[in-house]
Design a protein around this ligand. Structure first.
Ligand SMILES: Nc1ncnc2c1ncn2[C@@H]1O[C@H](COP(=O)(O)OP(=O)(O)OP(=O)(O)O)[C@@H](O)[C@H]1O
Ligand SMILES: [Mg+2]
Length: 336
């Protein structure tokens, strides 16, 4: 038997409302999140992402199916058991949810008070947490005196206070600018790598997935339409919503309109090929030159995800028909 999943959904359906007003937020979800991974969930507004989070921390009950956290079912168990499980889950919010009347240190200290820690131990733990998130110098600042990124780091320190093994981040960077987002995402990675915390990242931004997630589930209309490693999802998206999410950050392949425009400005034949670490196009283009075929790279992009390269390049080829056909054949064989 494999180790218990950090989170496991088995046939989980969540319906809000009844009769004509019934709204299926999640539809027969099967999902296994492994201990120690950063698992991304992406979907458009209303896809069911927050509902999924609220089922993990037992703020909602499934209409049917079971949710299991670290091997323990959280459905059909007493409220006291749910509270105990919830203590092992940290939560980070889009709007930070800090107490405005408490300092950064006071906010981080709050869950420790609730958990009954002694004052001296609380103070030591708060200092350690603020140091970890890089905010030791802001301990006495109030939320209103902090930037968005600093507020979110306080939120993260607070979520980590009682050393949870699972951290849920629901749109944790959606209120932040791109640079601050990158900082917060780096911090999430550090938490995962250094503390071994399993992290579930909920987002509608593919860049967030790309920056942190080991694996990703694409949620659409309450169903998981794709689940794969982040690399595979970027390199070879299958479902329509996945393709559209990937298309928002990668502009590798020309769409119909772009092909038409390229054809109108380049006289040669257009060919689009995939490239990765093993399949470049240098050799094929050198052969093209030898055969008297001129080429121009007219579209494309090459990117790295999870330390692996992939991308797509569109080449316009000009020359004798036979020679061009040979080059196209070489390019297409190469990428097979
Ligand atoms: N408490 C509720 N009562 C009734 N319907 C709800 C409730 N919570 C969520 N829903 C419905 O369930 C569906 C999924 O909502 P959910 O909040 O999970 O989506 P989401 O993916 O988090 O969207 P967003 O990106 O906008 O946050 C929506 O149609 C929503 O209207
Ligand atoms: Mg939501």
């Amino acid at each position: 038997m494999s180790a218990a999943a950090a989170v496991e959904f088995t046939g989980v359906t969540k319906v809000f409302g009844k009769g004509d007003d019934a709204q299926v937020a999640l539809d027969a979800i099967d999902l296994r999140i492994e201990p120690g991974e950063i698992f991304g969930v992406i979907g458009y507004s209303g896809a069911g992402k927050s509902t999924l989070v609220r089922l993990i921390n037992a703020l909602e009950k499934p209409t049917s199916g079971t949710v299991t956290i670290a091997g323990t079912p959280i459905t059909g168990v007493p409220e006291s058991a749910v509270r105990r499980l919830r203590r092992d889950i940290g939560m980070v919010f889009q709007q930070f949810n800090l107490f405005r009347s408490r300092t950064a240190a006071g906010n981080v200290e709050y869950p420790l008070k609730v958990a009954g820690w002694k004052r001296a131990e609380r103070k030591a733990r708060v200092a350690e947490l603020l140091e970890f998130v890089g905010l030791s110098d802001k301990a006495r600042s109030y939320p209103d005196q902090l930037s968005g990124g600093q507020k979110q780091r306080v939120g993260i320190a607070r979520a980590l206070a009682t050393s949870p093994s699972l951290l849920l981040a629901d749109e944790a960077t959606s209120a932040l600018d791109p640079e601050t987002t990158a900082e917060v995402l780096r911090l999430l990675r550090k938490i995962n790598r250094e503390l071994g915390v399993t992290i579930v990242v909920i987002t509608h931004e593919m860049d967030v997935i790309r920056a942190v997630a080991d694996r990703v589930a694409v949620l659409a209309d309450g169903k998981i339409v794709e689940l794969a490693s982040t690399f595979d999802v970027f390199a070879d998206p299958q479902a329509a919503p996945t393709k559209s999410f990937v298309g928002t950050v990668l502009h590798n392949r020309p769409d119909g309109g772009e092909v038409a425009r390229l054809s109108s400005v380049h006289s040669g034949r257009l060919v689009t090929v995939d490239v990765d670490d093993q399949h470049g196009i240098g050799d094929a283009l050198a052969a093209a030159t030898r055969a008297g075929v001129r080429f121009e790279i007219v579209y494309g992009g090459v990117s790295t995800v999870q330390d692996k390269t992939f991308g797509s390049l569109t080449v316009a080829l000009d020359g004798p028909d036979d020679a061009v056909a040979d080059v196209v054949a070489t390019l297409e064989r190469r990428s097979a």
